[in-house]
Design a protein around this ligand. Structure first.
Ligand SMILES: Cc1cc2nc3c(=O)[nH]c(=O)nc-3n(C[C@H](O)[C@H](O)[C@H](O)COP(=O)(O)O)c2cc1C
Length: 161
């Protein structure tokens, strides 16, 4: 297929850090991101590799990038990220940011927006640490998992529309 993917593959190969960002749609990454990931196929060689009884195509050249995954989902509960987590495991991500109760991210209520801002500052901090140190500190990792709202309050919030 002759389209802008050739340019994107070049950018992908030259990047120090590749960040995949997607909301959870029906347990998984969006179809848009999935299409992009499928179009990375030219980076694979035709040779098959076997690891612990699992089979995959070998990369045509060793990956030099680090990978970051950012996702949000509408429901509470970490299980909403299980499928995505499994799908991205093959790129051995250096950082995975999974935000449940994602409907709060667009809230205009000042007290909610304040909490969301606090969390977004931690996301920014994680980005800085990844860029400078290639990994994030324990405290940043812990703060990324902060709760934005209790589950009963969140359910009441989304059911109010
Ligand atoms: C088609 C569709 C499927 C979704 N599937 C899930 C899901 O399986 N689990 C979940 O927690 N949220 C799900 N959501 C909610 C989204 O993850 C959530 O609304 C997210 O914030 C989407 O951002 P957006 O609405 O700005 O695209 C789904 C939303 C849509 C539109």
């Amino acid at each position: 297929m002759q389209d802008d993917m050739a340019q994107l593959l070049q950018k992908y190969n030259e990047s120090d850090i590749v960040c995949f960002a997607t909301p959870v749609y029906t347990w998984n990454m969006t179809a848009l991101l999935k299409n992009f990931v499928d179009r990375l196929a030219p980076l694979k060689s035709p040779k098959i590799k076997a690891e612990n009884g699992n089979f995959d195509l070998q990369d045509s050249k060793a990956k030099t990038q680090k990978f970051v995954i950012i996702s949000n989902c509408g429901f509470p509960g970490e299980n909403n990220f299980d499928v995505l987590r499994a799908a991205v495991a093959c790129c051995n991500p250096s950082l995975e940011i999974y935000r449940n109760c994602g409907k709060l991210l667009k809230s205009k209520k000042p007290e909610i927006a304040k909490t969301v801002d606090r969390w977004l500052n931690v996301v920014e901090q994680a980005g800085k640490e990844m860029t400078i140190q290639g990994k994030i500190s324990e405290i940043t990792a812990k703060d990324l998992n902060m709760s934005l709202m209790s589950i009963p309050d969140y359910i009441a919030y989304i059911q109010m529309g």
